[in-house]
Design a protein around this ligand. Structure first.
Ligand code: A2P
Length: 297
C-alpha cells in the first residue's frame, strides 16, 4: 500500500496531495467548510480572488486553531488584476482578506488571451513576490500547451503548478505531458468531474459521479465513485482539490488512503476520456473575464 501524503514541488516546497476546493462555495458556507476540512485532516485550501470567499477561508483557518505553518494556502490572481503593479496590489488584497502575511502558493487564474503581455507582467510580479519571500511558490492555472511555452519563453521561475480541468471525462494528456516535461505539478480542478453534472460551458451532461464503469470499479473496493476518482489522480501523481460544502462528503473525499488501484483499473478510468472540456476554451479570448473586478480588501 503506497500512501503518499505530499508531493514535492519543483522548488522543494511540499504540498499535500489533496486540498479542499472552494469554487462556488458561497461565502456564508465557506468558513464552516474550511473548519470541517481542517478537522478531518485536510491541510490545504485552494481559493481564488474571483471566488469572493478569501475572507471566509481566512476565518476558517483561524477558527481551526491550527498553527499557520500547518496549513498550505493557495489563491489565484484574477485577470483584471494582471499587470506589474496591479498584480502586486492583487496580492495585497488577497493577504488582507485572508488575514495572512505569506501565501504558500499564488497562481494566475488563467492566461489573458488577447492581452498576453499583461499575463507576462502578472507572472513577473509573482516572481518578485517569490523573490521577496511573500509567497513560498508560484504557478499558473488553465495554461494549455498553446500558452505554457509562450509563458516559459519570457520568464525565469518555472511555475510550480499548473491547475487544469481534469477528471475521467477530460484527461488532457497533452497538457499533463507538457507540465511533466517542465517539472510542473498538475493540479486537477473539478477532480471528481463536478463540472460534468453542474454544467460548464456545455451545460449539464452525463455525470462522472453516476458513470457505470466508475461505479463498478468503486464498488469493488467498497468506495464511492468520488473516492475512486481522487485515488486515480493521486496514484498518477496529480494533486486534487475536490469541492464540497457537505461535512459528510468533505470527510468522504479525504478517506482515500486505505486502498490502491491496479494498473488495469487506472487504465480503465483513463479510457473514459471524451476529450470534451466543461470549462471555457482558454485558447480563444474570453472578453467577459475582463468585466469582473476584484473588490478591495
Ligand atoms: P456538494 O458541495 O454539495 O458536496 P468538483 O470539485 O469535481 O467540481 O465537484 C464538486 C461537486 O461535486 C459539487 O457539486 C459537490 O457538491 C459535489 N461533491 C463533492 N464531493 C462529492 C462526493 N463525495 N459525492 C458526490 N458529490 C460530491
Amino acid at each position: 500500500m503506497t500512501t503518499v501524503l505530499e508531493f514535492d514541488l519543483n522548488n522543494g516546497v511540499r504540498i499535500p496531495v489533496i486540498g479542499l476546493g472552494v469554487f462556488q462555495t458561497p461565502p456564508a458556507e465557506t468558513t464552516a467548510a474550511v473548519e470541517t476540512a481542517l478537522k478531518v485532516g485536510y491541510r490545504h485550501i485552494d481559493t481564488a480572488a474571483a471566488y469572493l470567499n478569501e475572507r471566509e477561508v481566512g476565518e476558517g483557518i483561524r477558527r481551526s486553531g491550527l498553527p499557520r505553518e500547518a496549513i498550505f494556502v493557495e489563491t489565484k490572481i484574477w485577470v483584471t488584476d494582471y499587470g506589474s503593479k496591479q498584480t502586486l496590489h492583487g496580492f495585497e488584497k488577497a493577504i488582507a482578506k485572508l488575514g495572512l502575511e505569506q501565501l504558500d502558493l499564488l497562481i494566475l487564474h488563467q492566461p489573458a488571451v488577447g492581452a498576453f503581455d499583461r499575463t507576462i507582467a502578472a507572472y513577473k510580479a509573482l516572481e518578485k513576490l517569490y523573490a521577496d519571500g511573500r509567497v513560498r511558490a508560484i504557478g499558473v492555472s488553465n495554461f494549455t500547451p498553446t500558452w505554457l511555452p509562450r509563458l516559459l519563453d519570457e520568464i525565469e521561475v518555472i511555475p510550480a503548478v499548473n491547475q487544469i480541468e481534469l477528471h475521467p471525462y477530460y484527461v488532457q494528456k497533452a497538457s499533463q505531458a507538457a507540465n511533466a516535461a517542465h517539472g510542473i505539478l498538475t493540479q486537477a480542478w473539478s477532480p471528481i468531474g463536478g463540472i460534468t453534472s453542474y454544467g460548464g460551458s456545455g451545460g449539464p451532461g452525463k455525470s462522472t459521479l453516476t458513470d457505470p464503469t466508475l461505479r463498478e470499479l468503486a464498488a469493488a473496493h467498497g468506495k464511492s465513485p468520488a473516492q475512486l476518482m481522487l485515488r486515480w489522480h493521486i496514484q498518477q501523481g496529480r494533486q486534487v482539490i475536490p469541492k464540497s460544502t457537505n461535512p459528510a462528503r468533505i470527510a468522504e473525499n479525504f478517506d482515500i488512503f486505505d486502498f490502491e488501484l491496479s494498473r488495469d483499473e487506472l487504465a480503465r478510468i483513463d479510457a473514459l476520456d471524451t476529450g470534451k472540456r466543461g470549462g471555457p476554451d482558454q485558447d480563444v479570448p474570453q472578453p467577459q473575464f475582463f468585466d469582473f473586478q476584484i473588490p478591495e480588501a
